[in-house]
Design a binder for this molecule. Structure first.
Ligand code: M6R
Length: 365
């Protein structure tokens, strides 16, 4: 059942190229995204959306954070992203022109379901991104985009996250098209990059040995930092959650520009820092943040995009992400972070698939 792998999590990490392909399949027609079979919103209703709220928990929430960048960038719709357990109790401002997008692998998370019900009660249209056909979230939402990741068994979510990102890109591209925000040529260009992601994810999986080595070298540390800007910050949060969840190493993810506002005080000799620098618009800023932590003795694993030789000079080890457009990089960047958490956990001798205190699906508050 583990398909030759020792643990479900490793199997599921390796299934990501397939999950990406399956989630894209049949949704692209003549080079453009077509979600009209699953999203019943009329073109007029899509044009009338005034704001989007992404609502989810844990890893799915981190997908929503990427969703904020993606929908704002592609469709220029204002987006807020909330943790479901906060959203349901904070009396959010919802109108009939609000689209609430709930994201849930299982479709059974109690807080997400309650947030969905609250949003519907207040008159929002609710679209669900879920991995389980017929789940409570799928049944109660107005529109559903299924992520075709297949069953995810390991408590730590991996392939569900990457396929949630694919669903978000599809949604962003579809809305951009209907609202006329991008030209057909621009959309087709992005979609052609989307089509290459599964193959690039296969390439990233080949770095497994190198990541395992770095993970082993930091496995005795009790604290670690993840840094990034823009989309890299959203991915850093997910990498940090993964590490905490299974290896029990305390880690924090920071928007790199926030370092000076407190966190820098914690950087000392030999503290491991994972620095993501895949976003070209803030690349130089990231390099100076990396230099700041290096100057205080941090041991830095940097993530750079293929072809970049600049970062190598400032870090101790580098992982190279194959070239894609900045917007799509999270799908590739997160994979080595999942492997990193996995091998840190193995090195420390913990149960990867069933971390302490956690359940796969949190069906109570
Ligand atoms: O099934 P859901 O996507 O609603 O689950 C949400 C979270 O409980 C889940 O993503 C959790 O954070 C994972 N264990 C993280 O790896």
């Amino acid at each position: 059942e583990k398909g030759g792998y020792d643990r479900f999590m490793l199997k599921e990490i390796h299934e990501q190229p397939k999950a990406i392909r399956d989630t894209l399949a049949s949704r692209i027609k003549d080079g453009l995204v077509d979600l009209s079979n699953e999203v019943a919103l009329s073109p007029e209703a899509i044009r009338n959306i005034e704001k989007i709220h992404f609502v989810a928990c844990g890893t799915a929430y981190h997908a929503g954070l990427v969703g904020k960048y993606v929908l704002e960038d592609l469709a220029r719709i204002p987006v807020e992203c909330d943790v479901a357990s906060e959203y349901r109790y904070r009396d959010p401002i919802i109108t009939d022109k609000t689209l609430v997008v709930v994201i849930s692998q299982s479709g059974e998370t109690a807080d997400t379901l309650a947030a969905l019900r609250e949003a519907k009660k207040q008159g929002a249209r609710v679209l669900a991104i879920t991995n389980v056909v017929g789940s409570s979230v799928a049944r109660e939402a107005d529109d559903v985009i299924i992520t075709w990741a297949g069953p995810e068994i390991a408590v730590a979510s991996t392939k569900a996250y990457t396929s949630q990102l694919i669903a978000i890109y599809l949604l962003g591209l579809y809305f951009a098209q209907v609202r006329g925000h991008k030209s057909e040529a621009e959309l087709k260009e992005i979609i052609s990059h989307l089509g290459q992601l599964a193959g690039l994810a296969e390439q990233v999986l080949e770095y497994e040995g190198k990541i395992a080595e770095f993970a082993r070298s930091i496995a005795d540390n009790e604290h670690l930092f993840f840094l990034g800007r823009g989309l890299d910050y959203a991915v850093a949060l997910e990498g940090s959650l993964k590490l905490k969840e299974i290896s029990y190493i305390h880690s924090e993810a920071y928007a790199a520009g926030e370092l000076k506002h407190g966190t820098l005080a914690l950087i000392e000799e030999n503290i491991p820092v994972v620095a993501l620098a895949t976003q070209s618009s803030v690349f130089d800023k990231m390099v100076s943040n990396i230099q700041e932590v290096k100057a205080r003795g941090a041991k830095v694993l940097g993530f750079a995009v293929e072809g970049d030789s600049e970062l190598q000079k400032s870090v101790d080890e580098v992982i190279t992400i194959p070239k894609t457009i900045d917007l799509l990089a999270p799908v590739l960047t997160v994979i080595p972070l999942q492997l990193f958490a996995y091998y840190a956990c193995i090195q420390r001798g913990y149960d990867v698939d069933k971390p302490r205190n956690l359940a796969k699906s949190v069906t109570v508050e």
